[in-house]
Design a protein around this ligand. Structure first.
Ligand SMILES: Cc1cc2nc3c(=O)[nH]c(=O)nc-3n(C[C@H](O)[C@H](O)[C@H](O)COP(=O)(O)O)c2cc1C
Length: 452
């Protein structure tokens, strides 16, 4: 499935020189196990065969890489097929770092959400209360989640900030989380397992003591032969209070260097849940989870689920934007709006798993929609993309944005006569402007489904 015709552009180009004989130039592209080299001074003659280079990179000392050189159709440009054990690990790290950087830049500057923004919350509304018999100060947004008390039901969902800016981004997010007393997730720690000096990017607790921090790894890491050990290392690395395992089938299938082995993951999750000293969260990333899957995960011992529905950031689509191949862009466009809308996934799972702690993530863009998610049975509401963009702005960006969410949620609660988050489920109705009978029935159904 790995496609060598799909080579990720290296930006900036990295200089190299030959380890034996002469020859130097720039590395202009990279793929799994492959470097695309441009010669700026003499191209080798004959132009094929074994070849060794020292690659210079700002982030690490010169990397020795050897492999088999073949010419491409472009003059002066060759592909170096790197042999296992002769620089492949370095290349993998380089590719991971580059990918994270591209993700941030694409998320900052492009439209990366589902094209219609449909999360399903559009089909629900909350019944206003003209006489709430409450003061603004009476509104109580406090909640508990995974055994910890929080002031708000909002979660900074796990996001990779890349290598260069990751530390700063995570510090800004942690500052907001600690100030508002809400939980925070970090992005995939895989890169720091491969390169331990990057632990500093994720280790935000050292400056934000008391923060509830959720670690993050992909199901591909769990799936590895030493997967359980990797998870334990990720937990220790950041003194995590919970660990999220993310699953994103579409993204992995579209990403040029994606991991596409999903067989046996449930069994590994079961083992992880048995061995982990902290709660395990399984996190879908945009396709929404079905109730049947949720049930299997609960039976495997998973402590909480992030339903990760459709309508927000579309990761398959982002991988298309990264690609240089028209075919991949086409496939990514096909799957841009794939998945179960967040509200529908949440509602269905809540109706079959009454007590399961649920996080609603995917396209939640204000405190009113967050209130609808809570009314539909979410225990926590996760926010991703808007917080990443806010964190890229300035030190206080995430705190400012979350303060708006808090205000909108509090207003919604007062305007629906709900003193506590628990009360919100009684105000849920189909939108827009339901008939009285329909309204009554909806609220009754809500009760029967255990929303209260
Ligand atoms: C820049 C960026 C990086 C992300 N990195 C990760 C990651 O490393 N691991 C993960 O589980 N989810 C990651 N996510 C996904 C988010 O946690 C979230 O599930 C997704 O963005 C949907 O929420 P949204 O619509 O509010 O953005 C990332 C999201 C963004 C925007």
């Amino acid at each position: 499935l790995k496609n060598h015709s799909e080579i990720v552009k290296l930006e900036p180009y990295l200089p190299w020189h030959a380890t034996h004989g002469n020859g130097e130039g720039l590395a202009i592209g990279i793929a799994e196990g492959l470097l695309r080299l441009k010669f700026t001074s003499p191209a080798p003659f004959p132009a094929t065969g074994d070849f060794g280079i020292q690659l210079s990179s700002k982030s690490s000392p010169a990397l020795p890489v050897t492999g088999h050189l073949t010419p491409t159709s472009i003059g002066g440009v060759f592909d170096l097929e790197v042999a296992e054990g002769s620089g492949r690990t370095h290349l993998r790290e380089l590719l991971t770092g580059l990918r994270k950087k591209q993700h941030i830049e694409i998320c900052r500057s492009e439209d990366v959400e589902s094209s219609d923004r449909f999360t399903g919350f559009e089909q629900f509304s909350l019944l206003p209360e003209t006489l709430p018999e409450l003061d603004y100060v009476d509104i109580n947004t406090a909640t508990t989640f995974l055994g910890r008390a929080f002031s708000l039901p909002l979660l900074i969902t796990g996001m990779t900030g890349g290598v260069a800016r990751g530390e700063e981004i995570n510090r800004r997010l942690a500052h907001a989380a600690l100030t508002l007393n809400i939980p925070m997730g970090v992005g995939s720690q895989r890169i720091a397992l491969e390169k331990p000096d990057l632990t500093r990017v994720f280790n935000v607790k050292k400056e934000s003591d008391g923060l509830f921090l959720i670690g993050n790894l992909g199901c591909a890491q769990l799936h590895a032969a030493d997967g359980i050990e990797l998870c334990m290392r990720a937990i220790d690395m950041i003194h995590a209070d919970a660990l999220a395992i993310h699953v994103n089938v579409i993204q992995e299938c579209i990403q040029v260097e994606g991991d596409r082995a999903f067989k046996g993951v449930l069994c590994k999750l079961e083992e992880l849940c048995r061995k982990s000293p902290i709660p395990i969260v399984v996190k879908e990333v945009g396709a929404g989870m079905s109730p049947a899957t949720a049930l299997r995960l609960r039976e495997a011992g998973v402590s909480a689920l992030d339903v990760g529905g459709r309508g927000g950031t579309s990761w398959g689509y982002i991988e298309g934007l990264r690609s240089t191949l028209d075919e991949t862009r086409h496939v990514a466009e096909t799957f841009r709006n794939w998945g179960i809308p967040t509200a529908f996934s949440l509602r269905k799972i809540r109706s079959s798993l009454v007590d399961m702690p649920l996080i609603a993530t995917g396209g939640i863009r204000n405190g009113l929609v967050a209130a609808k998610a809570l009314a539909l049975g979410a225990n926590m509401v996760g926010i991703g993309l808007p917080l990443m963009r806010a964190a890229l702005e300035d030190e206080e960006g995430p705190l400012r944005l979350l303060a708006i969410f808090k205000r909108e949620l509090t207003i919604t609660m007062l305007a629906t006569g709900c003193q506590t988050l628990h009360d919100l489920s009684h105000r849920l109705c189909h939108s827009p402007y339901p008939l009285e009978a329909e309204l009554h029935q909806t609220i009754q159904t809500g009760r029967n489904q255990g929303y209260e």
